[in-house]
Write a protein that binds this ligand. Sequence first.
Ligand code: GLU
Length: 487
Amino acid sequence: MTVRTRMAPSPTGEYHIGGMRTLLYNYALAKKHNGQFILRIEDTDRERFVEGAMERLIRVIKDYGFSWDEGPEVGGPHAPYIQSERLDIYKKHALELVEKGHAYYCFCTKERLEELRESQKAQGKPTTKYDKHCLSLSKEEIQEKLNSGIPYVIRLNVPENNTVVVKDKILGEITFPTNDIDDQVLLKSDGYPTYHLAVVVDDHLMEINYVLRGMEWLPSTPKHILLYKAFGWDLPIYAHLPLLKEKGGTQKLSKRMGSVAATEFLAEGYLPEALNNFLMFLGWNPGTEKEIYSLEEFINDFSIEKVGKTDLVSFDRDKLLWYNGYYIRQLSAEELFNRLSAWSEKHNIKLYEGAVDNEYVIKVTSLVQERLKTLKEFTEVTEYFFREPKVDQTLLVKQTGSKEKSEDILNSYLNLYSSINKADWTAEFLDEKSHELLKEKEYKPKEAFMTIRVAVSGETATPPLFEVLTLLGKEKTLMRIKQHLSN
Ligand code: GLU
C-alpha cells in the first residue's frame, strides 16, 4: 500500500503555526514510505472564506520549504484539489446516501430549528440536536417540496442507540455513543457540502490512507466514520495530534505572547529550517538527546508511534529562539548576508542606512552573527555600524562613576588611537596597545573598555571591542570619542 497523506487547510485566515506542524508530520510520513503528500484546499465554508487567503497559505507552505505531489498548481490524477471546484461530486455523493437511506432531505426553516434549540436548552439538555423531523416525510411529500423549490439541506441519518469507535493510532480506542451525534448537515442549502461530507468524499476519492490532524477534529471523527460506513468505504488510519499551548499554562497560542500565524514567524526573522526543527518536537519525540534534525533526518526517524499521547504540547518560544540562533550560526557570513538581504527585501525592511558596500555589511554580519537570534534583530544590534549612535551621557558616565574619570579615559585613548597608523589598525594591535595603556594609567579594564564601547556604539553589549573599532576604522573611532570630550 502506498502511503498517501494530505493537508487540507481552509482559507479562512492566516495559516496557523500549528497547521505547519501537522503538515510537517503528514509530509514526513508520506516521504518516509516513499508515498505521496497531497495538498487540498477546503474552501466550502463560504461564510468564513477570506479573499486571498488561499494564495497566502500556498505561499507560506512553500516558504517553509515544502512541496506537494498532488494539489493546486501541480495538479494530479484526482484534480481538482480545490473543493469549491468539486461541488457536483459532493452533491452526487449526498444523493447516493439519500438513495441508500443513510441521509435525508430536511426542509426545516431557520425559525423551526431555532425554536427546537431553545426548547432543548430549556429542558436542560447539554447539547442540542436535530429531532429527525423531516425523516418521516413521505417520498411524495419530499418530491412536492422539491418541485415547489423549498430550500433544503441533506442530513446524515445517524443511527440511534449505537456507538462509534474511533481507533486512533495515538490515542487508542475512543467510543462515542451515536445518541450524542447530531444528524449532521452534509449538503447545505447553497449547494455547498459541509466540511464533514467533503472531507470524507475527498479523502476516499484521493485515496488518502492516513489522516493526521489536530485534536480539535476528534469530535468530528465519529461522523466521518459513520459516513465511510454509509458509503461502504474502507477507513483511513486516524491519528489526532496534540494541540499547542503557550509554555507554562494551558492556554492556546496567543497573540499577546508573540506570533501565531506561520507567516508572522518568517517576518520576525526566523529561518524555515529552525522553525521546522522546532515544530518537529511539538508532539514527536525521538527518545534520544538529539535535538538538531534536518528535514531528511526527521523523515527518516519519524513515526506516529513516537508521537506522545497528550492533549497539549508546550510551545516554548525561548526554545524556538535557541534553534534560530543555532541555525543562524551554522551559516557562513555570506550566506547569512544573503538571507538577510532576501528577507529584508521580502518584508520591506531596511537593514541599514546609506550606501555601504556589501563587503562592509558582510564583515558586520560576521561580527554579530554569534549573538543574533533572529534576522530582525540585525538592524537593532548593528545600528551603530551604519549610523552615528545616539549616546546616552548618563550611561557613558555610569561606566566609571564620574564625568572627569570618563573624560580622562577617553582622552588617553584618543591620544593613543590618534598615534596608531591606519596600516596598524587591526584588532590584535589595538588590543595590545590598549592593554599597555591600561597598565600604564592603572585603569580598571572594565571601566576603560566599557567607556570606549559606550562612546563609540551607544551600547553596553557589542561584539569584541577591538573588532568593532577595527571595522569602524580609525577616523570614525576618533570622531566618536572626541564628541564626548568638552574641549
Ligand atoms: N479543512 C480542515 C482544516 O481547516 C481540515 C481538517 C482535517 O484535517 O480533516 O483544518
